[in-house]
Design a protein around this ligand. Structure first.
Ligand code: ADP
Ligand code: CO
Length: 297
């Protein structure tokens, strides 16, 4: 329904190994050293089927994955995890996909994963079919190297409403949804203009407003829901206060209660201190622009 823009970060990532063999009788999925149940494995199998079809094979697979990011807590484990799985399948099945085709494959696993193939600022072109819907990096002349994203880990438990279910419900029932769609194009134009002109204030303001609009749509869904917690609001308020005291910083949130604060590196220490006092230092994790997909052998 809409293009979207992300910044790939270094702090949270996934390592995934995949083996295909005639000797396996069914797909097996180990996440963080635990063999996953049938329901979770089914999702993985559906993705593996797409990769298998490309390679013209029916071999079952064993997938071993380690998330260096809390799973299903609104910290984009699906983007990280499915980008990693797509990259691993590309290698294991000798698909030899170029970056664009790999982005398209990752998209089939989780939409947001199509962006995580690349480093830095990335835009997902919604396109109009499988061929034309993929992500690509946005030229930024190293702007992202001046930035940091501070994660406030307010709750790392699995969320009640998954991204997929939340989005489905919002698209189908929220009367605010069209308003969000109508404003995305203008916001994306501004974001890209901000990146091009290295305008931190424009980047931050647009990101924060866009985030608030998106979260607004869930309140009008039926049944209504929100990904926010009381601590999320506390964090948002603190960002406003920091700005009033002359520290430029802006928040954004995924589908989950955790808040991310975008800041220029020169103000990172102040942000870390403020939020360590408000919450605890273990809940404050700083990240920087990170690499895209990497093959480790
Ligand atoms: P999040 O906010 O963490 O992205 P989502 O609801 O979007 O939450 O997605 C969570 C789902 O992503 C998990 O239930 C699982 O299906 C999938 N996922 C997460 N990590 C991995 C991984 N390492 N490998 C494969 N799939 C994963
Ligand atoms: Co997700």
């Amino acid at each position: 329904m809409n293009n979207s823009l992300s910044l790939t970060l270094d702090a949270f990532y996934t390592e995934t190994e995949v083996m295909f063999s005639d000797t396996f009788i069914k797909d097996q999925f180990y996440l963080n050293e635990q063999l996953q149940d049938e329901k979770t494995t089914k999702k993985i199998s559906a993705f593996l089927d797409i990769a298998r079809k490309k390679a013209n094979t029916t071999k079952k697979a064993k997938v071993i994955s380690q998330n260096f990011v809390p799973t299903a807590a609104g910290l984009a484990s699906s983007a990280s995890g499915l980008a990693a799985l797509a990259g691993a399948c590309n290698k294991a099945l000798y698909l030899d996909l170029d970056d664009r085709s790999l982005s398209r494959l990752a998209r089939r696993g989780s939409g947001s994963a199509c962006r995580s193939i690349f480093s830095g600022f990335v835009e997902w072109e919604k396109g109009y079919d499988d061929e034309s819907s993929y992500a690509h990096p946005i030229p930024s002349d190293h702007f992202e190297e001046k930035l940091a994203m501070v994660f406030l880990l307010l709750n790392d438990q699995k969320k009640e409403v998954s991204s997929r279910e939340g989005m489905r419900r919002t698209v189908e029932t929220s009367s605010f949804y069209q308003g969000w769609i109508d404003s995305v194009e203008t916001d994306l134009c501004q974001l890209k203009q901000a990146i091009q002109s290295k305008n931190f204030q424009l980047l931050g303001e647009t990101m924060e407003q866009n985030c608030l609009k998106m979260h607004g749509t869930t309140l009008a869904a039926h049944p209504p829901f929100t990904y926010w917690s009381p601590d999320s609001l506390k964090a948002m308020q603190a960002v406003h206060q920091l700005r009033s005291s002359g520290i430029p910083c802006y928040f954004t949130m995924d589908a989950g209660p955790n808040v991310k604060v975008l800041v220029q590196k020169e103000h990172l220490a102040t942000i870390q201190e403020t939020f360590s006092n408000l919450f605890s230092s273990q809940q404050v994790i700083s990240s920087f622009s990170g690499p895209g997909i990497m093959i480790i052998e």
